[in-house]
Design a protein around this ligand. Sequence first.
Ligand SMILES: Nc1ncnc2c1ncn2[C@@H]1O[C@H](COP(=O)(O)OP(=O)(O)OP(=O)(O)O)[C@@H](O)[C@H]1O
Ligand SMILES: [Mg+2]
Length: 236
Amino acid sequence: MLLEVENLKISYGDIEAVSGVSFALEQGELVSIIGANGAGKTSILNALMGIVPVNEGRISFQGRQITRWPAFRRARAGMRMVPERARTFARLTVYENLMVGVYKLRNKVDLGRRLQWLYKMFPILEKRKNQPANTMSGGEQQQLAIARALISDPDLLLVDEVSMGLMPKLVDEVFDLLKRLNRQQGLTILLVEQNAVASLEISDRAYVLETGNLACQGSAAELSQDPRVREVYLGH
Ligand SMILES: Nc1ncnc2c1ncn2[C@@H]1O[C@H](COP(=O)(O)OP(=O)(O)OP(=O)(O)O)[C@@H](O)[C@H]1O
Ligand SMILES: [Mg+2]
């Protein structure tokens, strides 16, 4: 297993946001955690990245216990996150935003190659590379946030509600891109989403998170057929 999470508990003062959640990802999988507002999705990703502390439970990555590791060590080990609402640095150019993501690159040659690859994957970023990030549309900034997370060639990409605020066509585009990264580049991706329809479409497996607990799990095909999932998350 690339990532193994056991009995994860996360609290903010008296509020328990995540109450003992276990899940795992194998190398090369694309897995979703689906859940409504406040279910605990962002808390889980932040705990994986080392941004919020874990109350109880264990996280292992690449076979190592990382539960108490600081964020920078997890990043160095190859974990990256695309945060909620795709925060970019507004006044930095697109290119400068990408450079912020550079961490643990072997040498300049690699960086040049990586940039070329990214520009091929995200043509709009090359066109806009010298513009401030805040002149980009929401969807373009979302692409920039993904590209920034990819520039250092991560082993695991954590993606927080990438569909939020995007029109349906752009949601499809971003999800297609994630699917391609997974299928063609072998990138392991953990997606957290309210958009169950779009995420089940591209995922191998999914977990359903309800107020800090996993309600069910299965292959994307199984969950799409599950009557309860259909009623609550797929709207039919
Ligand atoms: N810093 C914090 N302090 C106190 N409570 C918090 C904090 N962050 C999150 N919470 C609470 O923890 C619960 C889970 O929040 P979280 O942001 O993880 O949910 P989410 O599934 O990402 O929701 P959304 O879909 O709205 O982004 C919520 O009840 C939220 O109010
Ligand atoms: Mg969230």
